[in-house]
Design a protein around this ligand. Structure first.
Ligand code: 4AD
Ligand code: MG
Length: 454
């Protein structure tokens, strides 16, 4: 039997006789004449109040209806006299499906995020994590809608790869060789060294150079040992790749993508947003609305460095042309200087991977990063080098084997076209959208250095 969820019951226009509803008990409170059960099934933030009279045959069960237990209630959906909610269920019968007991840790409220991370099998039952994961699901759907509505094709790029897209050497090795084996890579399962992918971009380019506009949306893996609030070893990335796009068009698409998602967030996650705004970050809704209403700022890397140098600010990491922008620099630009998302473009060539398109100045590449207040970088992208000779030079300079990347160079050998793309960290976007400040709390099961629960 499929029963209506609480979300649909609460959205009811009128009372309904004879409903069955199932969920988990958040609280139970007894009065002289009846017991009140707050029931939640995760379909929405709000719970359903169940009022069960002490005269019912099931009344002897009430003392066993503890926080965390699962129950099935039949009764009538009636207008709630209390005024706190539009409807409540007046029970005719309450059945316990699965009991809970006094050791259930979520009986108490106010657990720290650290503690909740240690119980990732139970934390989706909390208001905060439940809200985050409802938002995560709706945003994933909106991502597909955004691209599909514009004739992008969804490509499933491989998770196991023999290429190091970002060239940063931060890859997890995939092997069936026993630990400490002296066997050569040729004797391994794939006959060569293989890794978990850090990005689907290179394979995405193959499909963009055939279907014109494509996107990937899947898990990516980085073995960078940075224990920060915005790095995970396994995270999801959205990577569109477009033939016939230059950097300008790429930046435009990135901005449109973020705005589409925020619009959808306001339309589909209103209740969750109110919750985050109240309990997580009181500036959230105003900041998201501002992001939606204003054009993103744009600044070249060179100008950004000047702004930082002239800011009079003392940063922990030095600011110098040719150095990476650190998180503190990115946040200064987005939060304080521009007070808005800002796209920084044309980075020094020496800082960036081999595939980025060289600019005419010879020292920068057509790269762009979107930085947002509170987080810093959420998107990184570029126009790709479509000129075979320059690509081959860049590959040589990065020590890439011509043989391994021949397929990639072939895309320039046969019908090369200007093309561009970007990668948006899904969790980084979710942090921005919810105000949740730690990446571990926007991904169902976080994988970070030293942590891989379940
Ligand atoms: O800037 P990145 O490294 O760019 C690429 O991987 C390109 N191949 C993308 C492309 O052009 N198709 O990563 C893209 C985004 C970052 O802006 C960030 O949001 C996210 O991925 N990201 C991470 N998110 C969580 N944990 C990590 N360790 C991340 N590393 C990158
Ligand atoms: Mg980047």
């Amino acid at each position: 039997m499929v029963t209506p969820n609480i979300r649909s019951l609460l959205a009811s226009k009128e009372p309904v006789q004879d409903v069955t509803v199932q969920g988990w008990v958040r609280t139970r409170r007894d009065s002289k004449a009846c017991t009140f059960i707050e029931l939640n099934d995760g379909s929405c933030l709000r719970g359903l109040q169940v009022v069960a009279d002490n005269s019912l045959a099931c009344a002897e069960l009430y003392p066993k209806i503890l926080t965390g237990a699962s129950v099935r209630v039949t009764g009538d959906l009636v207008t709630s006299p209390g005024g706190k909610q539009a409807f409540e269920v007046l029970a005719k019968n309450v059945e316990i499906i699965g009991e809970s007991d006094g050791t259930y840790v979520l009986q108490k409220k106010g657990h720290t995020p650290e503690f909740l991370r240690s119980i990732s099998h139970l934390r989706p039952r909390t208001n905060l994590l439940g809200s985050v994961f409802r938002v995560r699901s709706r945003m994933a759907f909106a991502i597909h809608k955004f691209f599909q509505e514009q004739d992008f094709f969804y490509v499933h790029t491989p998770i196991i790869t023999s290429s190091d897209c970002e060239g940063a050497g931060e890859m997890f090795r995939v092997t069936t060789l026993p630990q400490g084996s002296a066997a050569k890579p040729e004797e391994d399962f794939f006959g060569k060294p293989t890794f978990l992918t850090v990005s689907g971009q290179l394979q995405g380019e193959v499909f963009a150079c055939a279907l014109s506009k494509i996107y990937t949306f899947g898990p990516t893996f980085r073995a960078e040992n940075s224990n920060t609030a915005r790095h995970a070893a396994e995270f999801w990335m959205i990577e569109p790749e477009m033939a016939f796009y230059d950097l300008e068009a790429d930046m435009g698409l990135a901005e449109a993508n973020v705005k589409y998602l925020l619009k959808s967030l306001f339309e589909t996650c209103g209740e969750e947003l109110e919750f985050f705004n109240k309990f997580v970050d009181t500036g959230l809704i105003a900041r998201l609305q501002h992001t939606l209403d204003k054009p993103f700022q744009r600044v070249s890397y060179t100008d950004a460095v000047d702004l930082l140098l002239k800011s009079g600010r003392k940063f922990e990491y030095p600011v110098e042309w040719g150095q990476n922008l650190q998180s503190e620099h990115e946040r200064f630009l987005a939060e304080e200087h521009f007070q808005s998302p800002v796209t920084v473009f044309n980075y020094p060539r020496s800082l960036k991977p081999f595939y980025m398109r060289q600019n005419d100045d010879g020292r920068t590449v057509a790269a762009m990063d979107v930085l947002v207040p509170g987080i810093g970088e959420i998107i990184g992208g570029s126009q790709r080098e479509e000129r075979l000779d320059l690509l081959e030079q860049a590959m040589a300079a990065h020590g890439l084997s011509e043989e391994n990347y021949r397929w990639y160079a072939d895309l320039r050998r046969f019908g090369t076209v200007p093309h561009a793309g970007f990668g948006m960290g899904f969790e980084r976007f979710l942090m921005f959208a919810t105000g949740v400040s730690n990446i571990r709390d926007v991904i169902p099961f976080a994988r970070t250095p030293g942590h891989a629960e379940f």
